[in-house]
Design a protein around this ligand. Structure first.
Ligand code: ARG
Ligand code: GLU
Length: 731
């Protein structure tokens, strides 16, 4: 065994020498530590500006042009009037909200030709990071070693809240504390949250979502995945709720946009809010995802998407209603398949196991280490073994049982039942019920009952048949025995939908009226609620307690493991797992070899887009206007070698949440907007493969071309700061 490890290490080193130019750069770094940890390396790779120009709290720096867009994406500021660039798929929910069959902005795109035409988006926020700080000592103050996990967590919360509150007294800022390295360190983040974010422009889906789910998570790519918003502020330039009197926000910094393009080896930096990675899991942790969680979720989503897809294709109304929901479900359905494939190809579980063997040797070599870490790995292994069934059960509850929209919705009424049972005074009860009314109407706005009825037949069957029997509610056990066939599950669903009052808006509102009057049976007699409640009760009383106790134990052990790894690998630079906080990834523009005999180039063009065009396939349809520009070669200053560059890839370490992140060159100029990862690299949240992990970015010149030439919104381009324009061709 040892021999193979040494040999592999040698081999790995050898391969490194051979292809050092095209190896990806693992790491999502904390901006405030760049100077200390990364600046030298970044300079070597081509960074021309300083770490201070990227993150500073004393002067305007790149960070002042980067926002968290909504809860789950990134955006960058590209004009001195608060113009914000993000992905089309990040603005998708907003674009959908403004769309109807008559005004179908999803299909046709939307361009505000004046500021007055910019559309408001209640609930949407843009969050700047004002500063960050290591507050580990304050957060862990007074917590004795060995404190049980739940108690430790309570104290961490309390201390964290204290630190966060103190940091912003007397300001309009917000703040929070996040755990890093599994709770070995804690960081404070002070933020400025803007609440008036308006939609400025979106290309049609035939550009912004070109290639659809077929091309999603894959290279080569031709998706014009961008949309434009604008941040509005009060007259004092501070955050303010929507008001007609608000004015465009004046940022401390906006990114200049380079027209010079990219070539292999060019330095790139991705600045954004990566959501979640798990790079320090043990082999058992990776195996749990690979063999339990991912397969369960993929299996259920396959069934769900098939039904939604058929109904969306059959009706424009349903297509628009389900567009955003479908995109979200489809995205991770595909991602998890790529992840499983990548983990297998990388032999990730086995690699982790080999690392664990070396770790164990290091532990065994020293008495103090034996005392601290001697049982660590066996304990982790035991805990993962114990939770396997519970992980599977949770996946099927969330994906299958509550994949049925009716059941998830029915469950949302449970809180009112609690109020009735607690004998809440009538007025208070009425207020709570009144709050549910708009939520109810919102739900039905994007709900198609016949679709969900089919979903119920398919998903409840999957739930019944794939949950470990001991973790199924008794009622569902019975259903499972009663319904051996597809036909019988269909009949069951038909009956359920015929009897429930929660599957249409009018009757659901009636249920609310009755609840407001204190009649609990309006809900408790409803068969959909009964089923939802049985599932929820099993989750809460049988699955969650065991799962949570075990997960707490894993958290504790994992924290120790990460601390031990850092003690063991003294020369390795560690970065904390992504946790939706601001990070810098850096690397270089590079193609890659996805498979034996195949090499991928580092960029794509409009010509390649036209090669994929297929009027018979909605995912690859091209709009007449784009075809016209292509035929006339009307590319303006965005032309390169007779075409327009569309997208490029680089070796930056990114994940979900990095969508919309600025891709920045060595001089601090915008060259692209991140929107995806390659198919061969989707496992990089768990295990990184430097040869194959690439981030996919939209070339800024394609964005500019679409805004300027396609949409005729040149006024927006004039707002931006374009630099490095190639010299105009001599005639
Ligand atoms: N895969 C990209 C990301 O994770 C883009 C997803 C949007 N596109 C889609 N077809 N759902 O978010
Ligand atoms: N499309 C992803 C997002 O929405 C980014 C791609 C990735 O996960 O790497 O954040």
């Amino acid at each position: 065994m040892l021999q193979t490890i040494r040999f592999r290490a040698l081999l790995a080193g050898f391969i490194l020498l051979l292809s050092s130019a095209a190896r990806a750069d693992e790491g999502m770094w904390l901006p405030l530590l760049l100077k200390q940890l990364n600046e030298a390396d970044m300079k070597k790779k081509g960074l021309k500006i300083s770490a201070d120009d990227i993150y500073s709290i004393n002067k305007g720096s790149l960070k002042d042009a980067v926002v968290q867009f909504g809860g789950g994406c990134t955006g960058e500021i590209i004009s001195d009037q608060g113009l914000l660039l993000t992905n089309h798929h990040c603005g998708y929910g907003q674009i959908q909200q403004h769309s109807s069959v008559e005004k179908d902005y999803l299909t046709n795109g939307y361009w505000a030709m004046t500021k007055a035409e910019e559309l408001t988006n209640p609930g949407l926020t843009a969050t700047f990071i004002v500063r960050m700080e290591d507050v580990t000592a304050q957060v862990l103050a007074g917590i004795a070693p060995g404190t049980v996990e739940a108690e430790r967590e309570k104290q961490v919360q309390a201390n964290g809240t204290k630190v966060a509150t103190a940091a912003v007294v007397g300001t309009h800022y917000q703040s929070f504390v996040r755990s890093m390295f599994g709770g070995n360190e804690y960081y404070l983040f002070v933020t400025e949250v803007f609440q008036d974010i308006r939609l400025v422009g979106a290309p049609p889906s035939s550009i912004g979502k070109f290639g659809g789910d077929t091309d999603n998570w894959a290279w080569p790519r031709h998706t014009g995945d961008f949309s434009l918003f604008r941040i509005y502020a009060g007259p004092d330039n501070k955050p303010a709720p929507y008001s007609a009197a608000n004015v465009p926000f004046k940022p401390r910094h906006h990114l200049p946009i380079s027209l010079a393009g990219v070539k292999p080896g060019d330095f790139t930096l991705v600045f954004g809010f990566p959501g979640r990675t798990n790079e320090y899991l043990t082999s058992w942790g990776v195996d749990e995802i690979y063999s339990v969680d991912d397969p369960a979720r993929v299996k259920v989503r396959a069934a769900l998407l098939k039904i939604w897809d058929a109904d969306m294709q059959a009706s424009d109304k349903v297509r628009i209603q389900y567009a955003a929901k479908y995109a979200g479900i489809a995205n991770y359905y595909k991602k998890w398949q790529g992840e499983m494939r990548g983990l297998k190809k990388l032999d990730a579980v086995q690699r982790k196991r080999e690392q664990e063997i070396q770790f164990t040797q290091w532990v065994q070599a020293d008495a103090a280490r034996r005392a601290s870490y001697g049982n660590l790995l066996t304990d982790l292994q035991k805990n993962y073994a114990q939770e396997r069934d519970y992980v599977q059960a949770r996946a099927y509850v969330n994906e299958a049982a509550f994949g049925v929209e009716l059941l998830r919705f029915a469950n949302s009424y449970a809180s009112i039942l609690d109020l009735i049972n607690a004998k809440t005074p009538a007025a208070e009860l009425k207020t709570a019920v009144d709050k549910m009314r708009p939520a109810t109407s919102n739900f039905f706005r994007n709900y198609n009952r016949p679709t969900d009825q089919k979903v119920a037949a398919a998903l409840l069957r999957l739930y019944a048949e794939n949950t470990p029997p001991a973790l199924l509610p008794a009622a569902v056990q019975t259903l499972k025995t009663q319904n051996p066939t597809t036909e019988s599950w269909t009949r069951f669903a038909d009956n359920l939908f015929a009897q429930t009052r929660l599957a249409s808006e009018a009757t659901a509102l009636q249920v609310l009226d009755e609840l407001a009057a204190g009649t609990a049976t309006a809900l408790t007699n409803d068969p959909a609620y009964q089923l939802a409640s049985a599932v929820q009760t099993t989750l809460k009383t049988q699955i969650q307690p065991v799962y949570q106790a075990n997960a707490d134990q894993v958290t504790l052990l994992q924290r120790t493991y990460v601390a031990a790894l850092r003690q063991w690998q003294t020369t390795r630079k560690f970065y904390p797992d992504a946790n939706s906080t601001l990070r810098v990834a850096y690397g270089q523009v590079a193609g890659y070899r996805p498979a034996d005999g195949v090499t991928y180039n580092y960029y794509t063009t409009l010509d390649g887009l036209m090669e994929k065009a297929d009027p018979t396939n909605p995912e690859f349809a091209v709009s007449p206007r784009l075809i016209e520009l292509y035929n006339k070669k009307d590319y303006g200053q965005y032309a390169v070698n007779g075409t327009v560059p569309v997208a490029f890839i680089a070796t930056n370490h990114t994940t979900g949440g990095n969508s919309g992140s600025p891709v920045i060159n060595g001089k601090g100029e915008l060259i692209g907007t991140n929107f995806d990862r390659d198919w061969e690299g989707t496992m990089s949240d768990l295990a990184f493969d430097p040869d194959r992990v690439r981030n996919i970015a939209l070339d800024v010149r394609y964005m500019l071309f679409v805004v300027d030439k396609y949409a005729g919104a040149g006024h927006l381009v004039r707002e931006m700061t374009l630099v490095n324009a190639p010299a105009p061709a001599k005639r």
